[in-house]
Design a protein around this ligand. Structure first.
Ligand code: MG
Length: 385
């Protein structure tokens, strides 16, 4: 019998790559559910091809318009709870969680609650609610397999030894488009500049997060929860070629790395087939063509966001939720041209420092911190102008 998979965030960059992978694995895998926020056209096109049992469309107005024209799908869930309804209604072996932003929280928690294997692509769920999510997974037996390329690399590398023999995790970072820019020229960065990533093709929010290195900050927190690793045993190495996707150092000094072309289809597929490996449509790595791999220490003065990531991982509790929400709000303001590039990290750090910290927050507390931080960023903006 084929394994069943639900793809949440099917119209986004990870969602589309996931369906690419699944088309290739169609002998063993069946797509039983698709979910999108509002990109109904893409979802319906995918539904025609993959014939899921049900779909979820969060945006009610767009769902209604689609219904009038005929969707060709027997069950359509709509509204803000649509994704959770889909997960409850349709059995599956694996959920690919690729909804971006804090909106992914409820859906990811439900998938873990249902004991599914969760191929986790959205880092926010772990960043905001890592403590809750990992405790819940332990109770239900849900496997959380990272799709984020760095964490997939770490996940693959840790299997070279016993978990208790891991000394450090080293996350690699491309350094983004401003790696070599001077502090002075960084003051004039426009949203257009920040939307050009040198090695990865991704959605706009994560591309800007790569430019500020907030993406790596969030990944430090993600690694902390996923691998139960204290912040002082996580390191970041800037590696502009994006070929070594991350490393694990064991007690004896041996480092294990995972290498490959920068193509998200590799970690997506591995999360589905783990522990098995299958041929993958990603381009293969030609080491001689790559030639040189370089590594450098990150510059925390030009990229202060990274410092906040380590701080949030160290403090735990509500810190990740405050950092993530403040950053989402600040990125939005930057894209609207209302704040400068340096203000993204500046505001985010300030708001994280100012929030009412709690050590073991419940979901309601995390959501309250999230809402407060977004509000606070918008307020600070008024005082900036
Ligand atoms: Mg990543």
């Amino acid at each position: 019998m084929k394994k069943k998979v639900i793809v949440l965030g099917c119209a986004g960059s990870i969602g589309r790559s996931s369906l690419d992978v699944l088309a290739n694995l169609s002998d063993d895998w069946e797509v039983v559910g698709l979910a999108t926020g509002s990109r109904v056209d893409i979802l319906l096109e995918q539904a025609t091809r993959f014939r899921p049992r049900a779909v979820a469309i969060a945006d009610e107005a767009r769902a209604d318009a689609a219904r009038r024209e005929g969707t060709g799908v027997s069950r359509v869930f709509t509204g803000p709870g649509a994704t959770v309804d889909l997960l409850d209604a349709v059995e599956c072996d694996c959920v690919i969680a690729a909804i971006s932003g804090a909106a992914s929280l409820h859906a990811t928690l439900r998938a873990v609650e249902l004991g599914r294997r969760v191929a986790l692509a959205n880092k926010e769920a772990l960043v905001v609610a890592g403590g809750l999510l990992t405790a819940l997974a332990q109770r239900t037996g849900a496997e959380i397999i990272p799709v984020d390329s760095e964490h997939s690399a770490v996940f693959q590398a840790v299997h070279a030894g016993r978990p208790e023999d891991v000394l450090r995790i080293i996350l690699t970072a491309s350094g983004g488009p401003f790696r070599t820019w001077s502090a002075e020229s960084m003051q004039r960065i426009t949203p257009q500049d920040a939307l050009e990533h040198p090695t990865w093709r991704m959605g706009p929010k994560i591309t800007i997060d790569s430019a500020t290195m907030m993406n790596k900050a969030l990944e430090v927190i993600e690694a902390h929860w996923l691998f139960n690793m204290p912040a002082d045993r996580i390191e970041v190495a800037v590696h502009p070629e994006s070929i070594v996707h991350s490393l694990v150092e064991f007690k004896d000094g041996s480092m294990m790395a995972q290498l490959g072309t920068p193509d998200m289809r590799t970690p997506i597929q591995y999360a589905l087939t783990y522990p098995a490996r299958r041929a993958c449509p990603s381009k293969r790595l030609d080491l001689a063509a790559v030639g040189t791999l370089t590594f450098e220490a990150p510059d925390l003065d030009r990229f202060p966001a990274l410092r906040f990531g380590f701080e949030a991982a160290r403090r735990g509790g509500t810190s990740g939720a405050a950092l993530n929400a403040a950053n989402e709000a600040a990125v939005e303001l930057f894209r609207e041209g209302r704040i400068g590039f340096a203000d993204i990290a500046g505001l985010t750090g300030r708001v994280m420092d100012a929030h009412a910290w709690e050590a073991t927050p419940a979901l309601e507390t995390l959501l309250a911190v999230d809402a407060w931080a977004r509000d606070e960023v918008r307020k600070c903006t008024t005082s900036l102008r």
